[in-house]
Design a protein around this ligand. Sequence first.
Ligand SMILES: [Fe+2]
Length: 344
Amino acid sequence: MWALSLSAREVEAVRALTNEIALQHKSVEDAEFIRHASVYAHELPQHIRQFLNEFKLLEPADGVCLVSGYPIDNTRIGKTPAHWKWKLDASTSLPEQIMFVLFGCLLGEPFAWATQQDGYLMHDVFPIEGNRYDQLGTGSEQTLWWHTEDAFHPHRADYLGLMCLRNPDNVATTLGSPDLSRLPAEQLDILFQPRYVIKPDESHAEKNESDLHKQDREHNDDGLLNSAYERIKQLNSAPPEVPLLFGARQNPYICLDPYFTIPLDDEAGAALNALAQTVDDNLQELVLQPGDCIFIDNYRVVHGRKAFKARYDGTDRWLKRINLTRDLRKSHGARGGCEMRVML
Ligand SMILES: [Fe+2]
């Protein structure tokens, strides 16, 4: 894995920069902050900028990079919340969230989904009691099966960022990619063909919208949010037929979420099973530590999480998550304008 451990001098430079930005913006959701974030990122130490830029341009096969060494003040960030809807740490972890966004801006532009975590750009990943058995980042008792983030959607992220605020039980993130050299040419051909449908995952389901968002939608929506949920329902009932591999034949990109994938014929099913076996055989475990930021190339690497026993006492594993796209223009029609960052 590509890894960069921040030096003491780099930590100080990052801290000074993020504290200064935090004086100007109350939240990373602030549209003005997001507009300026990629310029603020120019002020990060050159070593960090070079590291992330090379990860982006060289597209290493292992497809994950880690920036570690930033100390997290476990007291200042507060308890792990019981739900993400209140954004309780909007100010207490603001410098860390700013750092995470600035790192991400060296790879792409942050964006959000109207139908996921109430449309916030900065997601929270911690166990929620009501999601205990669900296939969600906020679940815990079930293995979160490996997947490409938002595999069902053509505007899915190029990179998925995860920043660890705490992980006292050393819960492992899983990471993997297929070994296509183990598959016969006929199965590779099939995987490049639109012989699969991928349904939306649970995180976009209307039932996982918060009550606050629901009330707001009922009283203030101009119709856009309702139609965003309608589109998810359509993608669930009539998902488009897609391939699971695309791009260069010798070094293809992947789009995999077997849990929500339906092969359209037996041969397609056998090819998916063969591919999935190669991922399972080499699935890696990474235990994120406080301050670790990883960026996962969502076109090359799948991710998931091991099952674990949640505490629900304010000390649970807590990650932040952002979606990054290399090209916002591709989703112009889905966002309703160049300044909008929320996919409808
Ligand atoms: Fe995910």
